[in-house]
Design a protein around this ligand. Structure first.
Ligand SMILES: Nc1nc2c(ncn2[C@@H]2O[C@H](COP(=O)(O)OP(=O)(O)OP(=O)(O)O)[C@@H](O)[C@H]2O)c(=O)[nH]1
Ligand SMILES: [Mg+2]
Length: 316
């Protein structure tokens, strides 16, 4: 969908650069140290590079793939200049990530409403991301409705109410402690009646080892299907990028127990662990749709692999 691409304006790019500043700086400091005094990429540089990628949370599998590619290039070009290492790395990483099957456009189903069930462990940024997504979808002219199916805490409903008011979209809610599946059902019913385009359903922070919470998620799905057999059209897993390797773990655990169709990686600002996005994008066969780069309403971007790698590798 080309018009999403067009939304990647200069302004967006600047905030992406800013959001990834810590990851970018930390990565470059390490790379610079590794090549100091070296005229060519030798075994030592490659070893250091491997360590740098792993310590930048790119993940072991993806790191080994990248090192393998660089080794091949070094074998072909024995006098590969070490000052060019970052350029070569960028090239190879873009190739690896873009070869992966993930796609990053915002595929919305043809039928209305497109229902997105938002899941993830405690505190990763589900509710905040829903607020930002509601704002984004509204800004491109879609009618949005939000459902407060995190009924565990009154504060969770209030938080979503604040976001809905701020964005100017309708919220469907019930009392605290009510059945989350019933809230989801009400939301979908109301959205159908009001000809809504996108429905975003918030859920409680659930732990992968809590069977009851996973059962709750299944129940929400089942109940939604009573209204529309294709709902939810999307189950979006939110993961906290600042937790580094734990983010991989969250993605793994969730994909093991439920069908996840898209990912949002949050909190990439203020962390040097942004490399986690490169690894996740390579290793999971699930598109990363959004990345969170701040707490503000505009601080959610559609994930664009190329732009991301570019910001990650930008020389300041
Ligand atoms: N810096 C930064 N903070 C974020 C981002 N996304 C969310 N947050 C913050 O993370 C905290 C938790 O966000 P919530 O949206 O409440 O997380 P949640 O997953 O809904 O949490 P529970 O409902 O308790 O499971 C809040 O303080 C958010 O402002 C982000 O991209 N960057
Ligand atoms: Mg929440």
């Amino acid at each position: 969908m080309n018009f999403f691409k067009k939304l990647f304006t200069k302004e967006k790019k600047e905030s992406l650069d800013l959001g990834l500043k810590k990851s970018n700086e930390s990565f470059f400091n390490k790379i610079s140290k590794a090549v100091i005094g070296k005229s060519k990429v030798d075994d030592q540089v490659l070893d250091d590079l491997e360590e740098i990628l792993i310590s930048s949370d790119v993940g072991v599998k993806t790191t080994l793939k990248i090192i393998d590619k660089i080794e091949n290039r070094v074998a072909k070009d024995k006098f590969l200049n070490s000052s060019e290492l970052d350029l070569i790395l960028k090239e190879e990483i873009i190739k690896i990530i873009c070869d992966s099957e993930n796609d990053n456009f915002l595929s919305l189903s043809k039928e209305k409403p497109h229902v997105i069930l938002v899941v993830g462990v405690n505190g990763v940024g589900k509710t905040t991301s829903i607020g930002k997504m509601a704002n984004y979808y509204k800004s491109i002219g879609l009618k949005v409705m939000v459902g407060a199916a995190d009924t565990f805490r009154a504060a969770a409903i209030d938080q979503l109410q604040v976001w809905s008011d701020r964005v100017g979209v309708e919220l469907v809610k019930q009392e605290m402690g009510s059945d989350p599946a019933s809230v989801a059902f009400d939301t979908l019913e109301s959205a159908i009646n009001k000809n809504i385009d996108v429905v975003l359903i918030d859920t409680a922070g659930r732990l992968h080892n809590k069977t009851n919470l996973m059962n709750e998620l299944s129940k929400i799905k089942r109940v939604l299907q009573k209204k529309n057999i294709n709902a939810p059209h999307e189950v979006l897993l939110v993961i906290d990028g600042s937790t580094g390797q734990n983010a991989f773990e969250q993605a793994k655990q969730f994909t093991n127990v439920t069908e996840i169709t898209s990912l949002a990686v949050t909190k990439l600002d203020g962390t040097a662990k942004g490399g986690v996005v490169l690894g996740i994008s390579d290793q999971f066969n699930i598109p990363i749709k959004f990345i969170g780069i701040g707490e503000g309403i505009e601080d959610l971007q559609i994930f664009d692999k190329k732009e991301f790698v570019d910001s990650f590798f930008k020389k300041s």
